[in-house]
Design a protein around this ligand. Structure first.
Ligand code: HEM
Length: 452
């Protein structure tokens, strides 16, 4: 028997999960305790864990027992069948092993300058002294970052073509209506799914063209992820052969989908929170001026804790019978996940969980099973360091050059976009001119030397 959960029909639970997931989770935690089951119209029942000890068991279970790839099948039409996200066991390990080197620290550092340039341009383009929703602006920036750092594209008509087609692709792929398997049917070129399939074909054709061009172009200097994938080799079982074009295309699509909306929404949330917490904002501005990465990272972590864009880790389908958190689960009956939102708002772990207080992460570093915005175990987010680097650069640049003011009194509620949640008003703020960074730095220096 599965853990208790709401008895409402799956359609009702799905609508609540789509429209207002946070109250649904909180109500379930309150009513049914730390482990509960949701029954949605998508896939098997989902068991949500909120106890970190159980989450540890979940993240460390053997690969043949729990199948996150199977639990993430809902994403296959968007990512493709070779995607690391939809595979399990050896096939998953193989793809992940080939992708990992591209995300190592030194590779990331090499991309810093490119990220800084793109960020500076994006900040230049932000309007001042009028309300601006940061989310769409951050979407454009994270798309440009991916096109440069992952696909290796430089300014020019090709880049513009990619920008147009992929924006359309991401927009259609993120529509909640395209999430339900029952609606994933081509009912003609005007139906949502029909349009999605057409733009998917267009996006894939572009990717394949790019892969072929890059294979032929031996002069490309290649600090990007695509360069690494072109050089990657399958292990012994795969005969040491290079990755096929299909595989590379699916992984590029995966990195785009996994890394674009998540990072953009997380940035929008971070500014939404900062703008409503003036004392933290003031400290963060000083940290940006002083290049204090530790505080900026704590701000990002606090944003990830309080407003995680993915409310739960990828559900792990139970592939073999397993005992977890003192309960037995039979193969094929459910998928199990860590409920990120509830874990991050547990007052036993995070006192005053509704307070935006980055200092908590300076006092105590994030715990492996209590801070899980990037999931965990062998499925932990592959782009975590990349996302943190990118978000730190954006946070620093924007705080150095602009003042940030909230619009409206209350905080923004969540709005679902496919599997992520973003601020309902897009992270609406008014940005002002802070004056030159050099002038600021001089001022900070003068203040700190006079206070000595
Ligand atoms: C704030 C930004 C991001 C957040 C919050 C986030 C979160 C996550 C989460 C929760 C998972 C599932 C992990 C699990 O279930 O254990 C995941 C997987 C993944 N993420 Fe991210 N992610 C972010 C950015 C990125 C970026 C920038 C990239 C790449 C450029 C990326 C690539 C991936 C990939 C490839 C996986 C699948 C890993 C696997 O199945 O082995 N993510 N991410």
């Amino acid at each position: 028997m599965l853990p208790p959960g709401p008895s409402a029909p799956p359609l009702v639970q799905t609508l609540r999960w789509l429209r207002a997931p946070v109250p649904l989770f909180e109500e379930c935690r309150e009513r049914y305790g730390p482990t509960f089951t949701l029954r949605l119209k998508v896939g098997a029942p989902i068991v949500c864990l909120t106890d970190p000890a159980h989450v540890k068991e979940l993240f460390t279970a053997p690969p043949d027992v729990l199948h996150p790839g199977e639990g993430g099948r809902i994403l296959e039409p968007i990512l493709g069948s070779h995607s690391v996200l939809v595979l399990d066991e050896d096939a998953h390990l193989e793809q992940r092993r080939m992708m990992l080197p591209a995300f190592h620290g030194d590779r990331m550092t090499a991309l810093t300058e490119a990220l800084e340039e793109l960020t500076a341009r994006a900040v230049d383009e932000l309007p001042r002294d009028e309300p601006v929703a940061l989310h769409p602006r951050m979407q454009l920036l994270t798309l440009r970052v991916i096109l440069r750092a992952i696909f290796g594209l430089r300014a020019g008509p090709r880049l513009e073509r990619f920008e147009t087609v992929l924006t359309d692709y991401l927009e259609r792929g993120s529509a909640p209506v395209n999430m339900l398997p029952a609606l994933q049917r081509d009912l003609g070129p005007r139906s949502p799914w029909g349009r999605f399939l057409r733009v998917r074909r267009e996006a894939l054709a572009l990717l394949h063209e790019e892969i072929r061009a890059r294979r032929a172009d031996r002069d490309h200097d290649g600090d990007d992820v695509l360069a690494m994938l072109l050089g990657a080799r399958h292990g012994d079982a795969g005969g040491g052969r290079p990755m096929a074009d299909d595989e590379i295309a699916d992984e590029l699509m995966t990195l785009l989908v996994a890394g674009h909306e998540t990072t953009a929404s997380q940035l929008a949330w971070t500014f939404e929170r900062l703008a409503r917490t003036p004392d933290v904002l003031a400290t963060a501005v000083r940290a940006a001026d002083a290049d204090d990465d530790a505080y900026l990272t704590a701000v990002l972590n606090e944003g990830l804790r309080m407003r995680p864009v993915l409310l739960f880790a990828q559900p792990r389908a139970v592939h073999r019978d397993v005992e977890l958190g003192g309960r037995r689960y039979t193969a094929g009956t459910c998928a199990i996940t860590a409920n990120v939102h509830l874990i991050h708002h547990d007052p036993e772990i995070y006192p005053q969980p509704h307070r935006f207080r980055p200092e908590r992460f300076l006092e105590r570093p994030p715990g492996t099973y209590t801070f899980v915005p990037f999931g965990g175990g062998r499925r932990r987010c592959l782009g975590m360091s990349f996302a943190m680097l990118e978000m730190r650069i954006v946070l620093r640049e924007l705080l150095r050059r602009r003042t940030v003011q909230a619009v409206g009194d209350g905080g923004e509620g969540p709005l679902r976009r496919h599997i992520t949640v973003s601020p309902a008003r897009g992270g609406l703020v008014v940005l002002g001119d802070r004056g030159g960074y050099a002038a600021r730095a001089a001022q900070t220096l003068a203040t700190s030397s006079s206070s000595r």
